[in-house]
Design a protein. Structure first.
Length: 124
């Protein structure tokens, strides 16, 4: 777990942990199903999805907290999610040896699914 300067409330920490677990579950499901359909190493894809989300999610969470008072929230989230998808595609490329096209496709599909789920939950 990453430690950031400042003290977060237990409720905020719990919200971040829940969001992280949901992101891992959704992104792992997407890449696992995609891997099974494409007859790829779906178990390895799930491990990469989990690891990449564990890496990028805390950074994204902190950036949103720091930047949201100064930037349009919707634009910020969309921009950061695109950046995360690109970073995670590098992880798929490196770990799985896939082409750039496949790595970007997997990453954007997984992140689009978790982003969409987040939007739906946010609306409730």
């Amino acid at each position: 777990m990453m430690i950031f300067v400042g003290v977060a409330s237990p409720l905020e920490n719990r919200s971040e942990l829940i969001a992280l677990m949901i992101s891992i579950a959704i992104e792992s499901l997407v890449v696992g199903v995609w891997g099974k359909i494409k007859r790829l190493e779906w178990r390895s894809l799930i491990l990469v999805a989990t690891g990449s989300t564990l890496f990028t999610h805390p950074i994204l969470w902190q950036l949103v907290k720091e930047l949201s008072p100064h930037v349009n929230f919707d634009l910020l989230i969309l921009s950061l999610e695109c950046l995360v998808a690109i970073i995670e595609s590098l992880m798929y490329k490196w770990a799985m040896g896939y082409s750039w096209r496949s790595s970007l496709t997997i990453s954007f599909a997984a992140n689009l699914a978790s982003y969409t789920f987040g939007l739906l939950i946010y609306q409730l």
